[in-house]
Ligand binder design. Sequence first.
Ligand code: NCD
Length: 290
Amino acid sequence: MGKNLLKLSDLSTDEIIAILDRAQMFCAGVDVPVLSDKIACNMFFESSTRTQYSFNVAELRLGMRVVSFNPGSSSMNKNESFYDTVKCFDSFGPDAIVIRHVQNEYYNELLGHINAALLNGGDGTGNHPTQSLLDLLTIKQEFGRFEGLKCVIAGDISHSRVAHTNYEVMRRLGMEVVTAGPEEFLEKSLEQEDFDHAVKTSDIVMMLRVQHERHAEHMKLTKEEYHQAYGLTVEREKTMKDKAIIMHPAPVNRDVELADCLMECPRARIFKQMQNGVFVRMAALERAVK
Ligand code: NCD
């Protein structure tokens, strides 16, 4: 049976580095396998642009055959459960199933009940392993190392599976990681720092989207107030270190967490991250099915 990829905390640092090295080979166009005998099913129960379609492109680049599930036109409209829906797809005999779902740790009820390798495309506010891998690849390409780098993750930390996944893995790789943002979005267990100070001293400024869809109540601040207090404004960007970069998992709320004109500025690696998403997902898929 192939290898699941559910959360990065299940993987040793050696395994993580091996996936990144393989992804870098795919980035260079080297040693791409042809997995035309393998079938992947993409099952996105929660909205997605980057993760869903870069998994799709990664599968195509590996020569895999792909089935994409559309919850809106499925028998979930006849009250079929998540479990029965995934079990149904697994019965078709795919080699890998990629799932995104709004429920944290949705995969627990599937483990031991499906034969395909399971790749997590994001579970609620929990984990987003392939996003962190593409973030790490982008950092590695930029700085050639992890040890000793400082990253501030800023914004809606508590609702962000990207923040949770990155905080753990970046620290394990020897990075200094701090969080910043409105009090209502921070978590006591994660180290916090004054945002302005963090922007000035970090090598990576990672901005997060305000996840309105996961909020029980409306955010207290207006978009403009948020931008001035917690966003990467044009003025704050000027205080960043010479070689420091801007990252964001996207989608971006322009002029809320990030000034519109910074999205494609020389420091921004946001579209680079998307490009790297294809390569890390190729590496994760190869690892899962071989
Ligand atoms: C993130 C996600 O869905 O967790 N996006 C992504 O996968 N690139 C972040 C977000 O939605 O804000």
